[in-house]
Design a protein around this ligand. Structure first.
Ligand SMILES: [Fe+2]
Ligand SMILES: [Fe+2]
Length: 209
């Protein structure tokens, strides 16, 4: 299941406002250097989004602290999101961001908008197990993993071993949600939805090679 929402952009934090000003400067230029800077700016947006998703999962880890199995599941999911953010940062800082016209600031804005909904759900201190999986399905089925895959794709040329490790970890990430939903959610349709998502991600990944 992939969502392609068309919600309005809304950069909120002070850091993001600074980046927006920089973005305006970037868009006003045309040389190749500016194009790279714009790409790295877009990458930085997705880094921040991955980190915010991690924060949502850390909150869920706290919520389900009395259930070690569930707490471990959400802690590991959070750490994987932190890893996604860190890999994007590596690509950006080493000028290895993959060029793909479909990954842009409006895509980041759509994910950001969806993430607002997810944040609202996970902020509830009495969130149920199924609501937690619903929230994670919302964001896991968004465009964020498409963006991550495309932004890191250039590593296939320059750092093939790292690229293969990234691909394997992403497959494991999707499978982990399907297994977690099967084990913990009362509504088993969440496991089915995550399995379908995992299959789609696998077929997209292999067709893009
Ligand atoms: Fe991620
Ligand atoms: Fe994820």
């Amino acid at each position: 299941m992939r969502r392609y929402n068309n919600f309005a952009a809304g950069w909120r934090s002070g850091r993001e406002r600074v980046l927006t000003e920089r973005h305006i400067q970037v868009l006003s230029g045309s040389p190749r250097e500016d194009k790279m800077t714009k790409l790295e700016y877009i990458c930085s947006k997705f880094e921040a989004l991955e980190e915010q998703i991690a924060h949502c999962y850390f909150l869920l880890q706290e919520r389900f602290l009395t259930n070690p199995g569930q707490a471990k599941f959400w802690a590991e999911a959070a750490l994987e999101e932190m890893q996604h953010s860190s890999i994007l940062r590596y690509c950006r800082e080493h000028h290895l961001v993959g060029l793909d016209e479909t990954v842009d600031v409006t895509m980041a804005a759509r994910v950001d908008d969806l993430l607002d909904t997810v944040k609202g759900i996970v902020a509830d201190p009495w969130i149920t197990v199924d609501e937690a999986f619903y929230a994670s399905l919302l964001i896991e089925s968004s465009e964020i993993d498409d963006a991550y895959e495309k932004l890191t794709r250039r590593l296939a040329m320059d750092h093939p071993l790292l690229y293969e490790a990234i691909r394997a970890n992403l497959r494991m990430h999707h499978d982990r949600f399907a297994d977690g939903a099967a084990e913990f959610a009362k509504d088993k349709t969440y496991a089915d939805a995550f399995r379908a998502l995992s299959r789609t991600a696998r077929s997209n990944g292999s067709s893009q090679r």
